[in-house]
Design a protein around this ligand. Structure first.
Ligand code: NAD
Length: 362
């Protein structure tokens, strides 16, 4: 069986789906691999690194795709490449099935198996395949680095002969995977960290990382059975606004990560709150692409309001594409290993396996 991957949309996403380390693992499992020329060159992985492992390198994208059994990508292929796919091929990646419904339906009609990995169930057995967690974890770390780099004061408390510099105060809004990593990173760098979330389960997690949890008093636990956030009521939003308005007066850096699956990001940091923040403060809005948690957020811009820098970008993972590719490649390898029937050398679409059933898009 042949696995292939090509490069597309490199200026939007620098990540790759098969690193040399993972190519070696696929080959050990019995797969053949073909990659497009210069596949990992921009990340420091040379064609010769892959060739030494037995990977075939080719310049002809159409030919590469035509001989594939499994195609592993990050996002969906171009329309032209999609139209060339054939019956029984398997396409694996992150395809945003709600926004690409028609394209995916067309592929299903041609009997192409499309697996979209953001649909993986958040169950223990799927943890090693969980691309959302691996990438959110890195994003949470990098938001802290980016916001600290834009903050013009020191982060840890420093007692010097010339006087004491106070520790910076960080507020993390949304304590999911990205938020928890942001808390851990900010703590490691010496900040005093506060966090808030609508899911009460996150209080213990925040506190275990040394953060102070800000509870919206008298509020219910807004958590679905699947562990995700529910949309907050108007009453909750008002209480959260009062709590944060007061807190933000003392905060230097805000990291926004709040999301509700399938919805626009909730607007949490309002303009009136920003007006009361100290000049020189920084807001990094990781939810920028989903509409932003802060007012005035503009994707890929640094907006300055009342001396507060508000920033957010299309793809923060482009700032650590090697780490992101390493983890993504490993996640997909674990997914393919679960899908592959080695004895019969075929893909086994066992719909009784929740992992396969949930990710197969029809
Ligand atoms: P996410 O990216 O969907 O959302 C980020 C965070 O924003 C969440 O914690 C959410 O509760 C919070 N949020 C939403 N609205 C908010 C508001 N108005 N104010 C403050 N916070 C708000 O979340 P995620 O990182 O994907 O995590 C979702 C859940 O999945 C969590 O319970 C997490 O523990 C769980 N999870 C489980 C596994 C596993 O078991 N394998 C793996 C990863 C995550």
């Amino acid at each position: 069986m042949r696995i292939v991957s090509i490069l597309e949309n490199q200026n939007i996403d620098k990540r790759i789906a098969i690193t040399p380390e993972i190519a070696k693992k696929y080959i050990a499992l019995g797969f053949q691999i073909t990659l497009v020329e210069k596949y990992g060159e921009h990340l420091g992985f040379k064609d010769s690194d892959y060739k030494e492992l037995g990977v075939e390198i080719s310049t002809d994208e159409t030919q590469i795709l035509s001989k594939a059994n499994i195609i592993i990508q990050l996002g969906l292929l171009s329309d032209e490449n999609l139209s060339n796919l054939k019956e029984n091929q398997t396409l694996i990646g992150v395809f945003n099935p709600y926004n690409n419904k028609e394209k995916i339906e067309n592929l299903s009609k041609k009997n192409i198996n499309v697996f979209s990995l953001e649909m993986l169930p958040r169950i223990t057995r799927a943890q090693s395949m969980d691309i959302l967690s691996s990438q959110a974890n890195l994003a949470g770390y990098k938001t802290v680095i980016e916001s600290f780099a834009n903050f013009e004061k020191a982060i840890p408390m420093m007692m010097t002969a010339a006087g004491t510099i106070p520790a910076a105060k960080v507020l993390v809004v949304g304590a999911g995977v990205a938020g928890l990593q942001a808390i851990a990173t900010a703590k490691r760098m010496g900040a005093i960290v506060f966090a808030t979330d609508v899911r009460m389960a996150s209080k213990e997690q925040v506190e275990s990382l040394g953060g102070k949890f800000l509870t919206v008093e008298g509020s219910e636990n807004l958590e679905t059975e699947g562990g995700y956030a529910k949309e907050a009521s108007e009453e909750f939003k008002k209480k959260q606004e009062d709590l944060l308005a007061e807190t933000l007066k003392k905060i230097d850096i805000v990291i926004c990560t709040a999301l509700i699956p399938g919805k626009k990001a909730p607007l949490i940091i309002k303009g009136s709150m920003i007006d009361n923040m100290q000049s020189g403060s920084v807001i990094y809005d990781l939810a920028a692409v989903q509409g932003g948690n802060a007012e005035f957020t503009e994707v890929d811009k640094v907006v300055v309001k009342n001396g507060v820098k508000i920033m957010g970008e299309t793809n923060i993972l482009n700032k650590l594409p090697v780490s992101a590719s390493n983890l993504y490649s490993k996640n997909v390898f674990n997914f393919v290993s679960n899908l592959y029937d080695k004895e019969n050398n075929k893909i086994n679409i066992n719909l009784e396996d929740e992992i396969i059933e949930k990710t197969l898009i029809k």
